[in-house]
Write a protein of this length. Structure first.
Length: 477
């Protein structure tokens, strides 16, 4: 920041210096053009007295006198009346005492002063032929017409100044340059004094971010940094804290996931190990019933591993979906018919209502839709009390198909409902491990619905249990 401020100050100094030099030079040339008007008038009078330039051309002294009397600044080294600080105007300066006492020579013996040897003006006739001036002619001069009785009788040429040579002008320009340099130095000092606290104010949150990032990369996800500004850095600090909280929650979820998976796998393995050891020790006889019990635990373990594998494949996007135009109405009817006997074993009434639909065509994977409905029915069967009821319905909405499953008690507390679709989550009060579930069925349902571009949600059922709604978009292919 300090370097940038210094660079700006230096650039400003150079631009101001260039602009002033150019502007002052233009000002001097403009003054010369204004003074040339008086000289043009004197020359017109001189022309009128002889009706030509011949008489003046034979008298160079007269030419110098006209210039000195009308426009004394139009010489190569004119004593300009510009004032620098501490310099009074030239015309107000008192001449030396010796000059006051010296008598002036007669006019015919008086020589022009040295600075009048090379006037910066030239005189040309009406045809632009040189009367007084250098041999190169009118091409190096800025010409102004000399008129008499509204007729052009000649041209007065002025050679523009390309660089200053007068001592007073140079002193004035030098003083202005010193002033500009002083201003630039003051600006640099002010910039330095301001940039140090500003830089410290800007660097402070960056240092907090750097330290916080180092702690975050070392696995300390509880890191939080102070938000001390309301600018972009403040927004970045806020986003950093949000990121840290997200990583902390993900790490906690990962640890919980590993713990839950270990527990779920350990339970059937412990049962299998205990029953096998009982058979080896002769505590339990090797009967078909005991072998079936072992098979059930193996099947439970197989289902658990299969569900975990399916969820992991869905997470990495490797789960295949073979979509095609499908009428899902027969799929729902078949699933409901398949589970009727299983529901009847608990005296649970399972009914299906198609809401008078003749067809429910969607662009879906029929096997995944069947898996979705089976998981929902299995979840309802596991967690619905005996002598209850469960209703599966389908209806057509606006550009979507809605699948509803409502069951009777027990219900789920409202604060627990948003977590039902989390993996390995179960409501401890009633829907627990004793019912045989591992808490993966609804998570798999959520993945299937999301893969089809739909949504799934749950709410309390009017029948006292849970009401699950699946929304699948109607896609025209």
């Amino acid at each position: 920041m300090l370097m940038a401020s210094s660079g700006v100050a230096i650039c400003m100094f150079l631009v101001m210096q260039w602009s002033f030099d150019r502007g002052f030079l233009n000002y001097v040339n403009t003054q010369d053009r204004e003074q040339s008007a008086a000289l043009s008038a004197s020359l017109a009078i001189e022309y009128a007295s002889a009706d030509s330039w011949k008489q003046l051309a034979r008298n160079p002294q007269k030419w110098h006198q006209l210039i000195s009397g009308s426009s004394p600044d139009l010489f190569s080294s004119p004593p300009r009346h510009k004032k620098g600080p501490g310099h009074p105007p030239i015309e107000h300066r008192r001449p030396p005492k010796a000059d006051l006492q010296r008598p002036e020579p007669p006019p015919h013996r008086r020589r022009p002063p040295p600075n009048q040897q090379r006037p910066r003006v030239a005189l040309f006739d009406a045809d632009k032929n040189t009367v007084f001036g250098p041999p190169e002619g009118a091409r190096v001069f800025s010409l102004s017409p000399i008129t008499l009785n509204e007729q052009t009788i000649g041209y007065l040429g002025i050679k523009p100044i390309k660089e200053l040579s007068d001592a007073h002008d140079l002193v004035f320009v030098q003083e202005q340059s010193q002033t500009f340099l002083l201003i630039a130095l003051v600006m640099m000092v002010i910039s330095m004094l301001l940039s140090i606290p500003i830089a410290g104010h800007l660097v402070k949150p960056i240092k907090h971010l750097e330290k916080g990032t180092q702690r975050l990369t070392s696995g300390k996800f509880d890191t939080q940094i102070p938000v001390i500004t309301r600018d972009e850095l403040g927004t970045l600090s806020t986003n950093f804290n949000i990121l840290a909280n997200t990583l902390k929650e993900n790490e906690s979820a990962r640890q919980q996931w590993v713990a839950d998976i270990s527990h779920e796998l350990r339970t059937p393995l412990a049962i299998l190990k205990g029953e096998i050891e009982a058979l080896e020790d002769g505590i339990r006889p090797l009967t078909p019933e005991n072998i079936i019990s072992l098979g059930q635990e193996v099947e439970h373990l197989t289902h658990l591993v299969g569900d975990l594998y399916e969820l992991s494949m869905s997470d990495i996007g490797a789960l295949n979906y073979q979509r095609c135009p499908t009428d899902i109405l027969p799929i729902l009817e078949h699933c409901a018919e398949t589970f009727k006997d299983q529901f009847s074993s608990k005296n649970i009434t399972l009914s299906f209502d198609s809401m008078n639909l003749d067809k429910a065509a969607l662009f879906v994977d029929p096997q995944r839709i069947k898996q979705l409905v089976n998981n929902l029915l299995k979840n309802s069967y596991r967690y619905t009390d005996k002598n209850g009821n469960s209703v599966l319905t389908i209806e057509k909405g606006h550009n979507e198909m809605l699948i509803h499953l409502q069951d009777s008690s027990p219900g789920v507390a409202k604060e627990e409902i948003p977590r039902l679709f989390e993996r390995l989550y179960r409501v401890d009060s009633s829907r627990n491990r004793a019912s045989g579930g591992a808490g993966l069925g609804l998570a798999i349902c959520s993945n299937i619905v999301t893969a089809h571009g739909g949504t799934i949600n749950a709410q309390p059922s009017p029948q006292g249990g849970l009401w699950v709604t699946v929304r699948l978009p109607i896609t025209h292919v």
